[in-house]
Design a protein around this ligand. Sequence first.
Ligand code: FES
Length: 309
Amino acid sequence: MTMAQFNPQVIRYLRPDEIEKHLAELHPGVIVTKGSHESLVPGYIPDLEWNFYDELHRYYVHDTYHGMYKVMTGKYFSVNVVRWGNLPVFMQVANAKIADGMFYQSMTVLGIIMLHQVQTITQQDEQVLIHVDFYVASHWLFKVLHRPFAKRLLKLQRKQDEEDNNEIRYRRRHLRQEGFSFLIDDPDFINSNRLTDHVRFPPFEGPFKISVDGLVQDTTQPVKVGPIELLLRRQENGDVHVWPGLCPHEGAGLDESDICSGVLRCPWHGRKFPGALLRKASDDVYRHLSITVRHDGDNLIVEKEPAAR
Ligand code: FES
């Protein structure tokens, strides 16, 4: 990799080929263990970059980053303090984008083990190859911990890849294949951690009609019209509760299992949606991204907001 490809916003960094040397210089007794692993995962580079920057999902999807305390964040770096599971053990974790498709993660464990990871991502058809080089460093007295630590790290990486693939990456790839786009297609640590609406529908015509009588009474059911996914629940009197079936933040698929006491909680980042009641013969309107839903006699009408037409 040439210097020109490095991220100019990261003023000072260790080049990947210098990491081992600098770790070894920490103390005359330091030993460094090197290793690498790879995963081929579904998706596209912008989604994998976003996945790296997106720190909130680590708590909800991976059950890591407990009690996270953000020390500082810039567009291309972040420093956090996190708890190790439920243990009273705290780690400072630094993340940075060093170059296009290259990221660093650096942390110390109990002050005796230093871990530095270099992650590179490359597109391969509809998948992304994630390559991780890792360096575990400590005084030679603790070398016995390197192998179990590296093994645990790999196990964690495999588990997180599986969770990301199943929960997020397949879904994001599917949405892109359907023509959806995202406001943060140039992601960074700032925009990837904002809980605002980032999803953009593909072009579609409308309006769409959904027969209210066709909905099963007192059952929350998913309904898809064009690219629009909704969760609908009809009451006996014809009033209809509506929730999004696609999270407007980053596109998570939502279903009945995400609703508790009438409030839907998104499984990716915990955003909450109380749902709306569309009463029969009323002017009630439900707004979701660039569409509206309203009751019209025997149907629900789903259409673009006037400004989006
Ligand atoms: S996708 Fe982020 S809160 Fe739903």
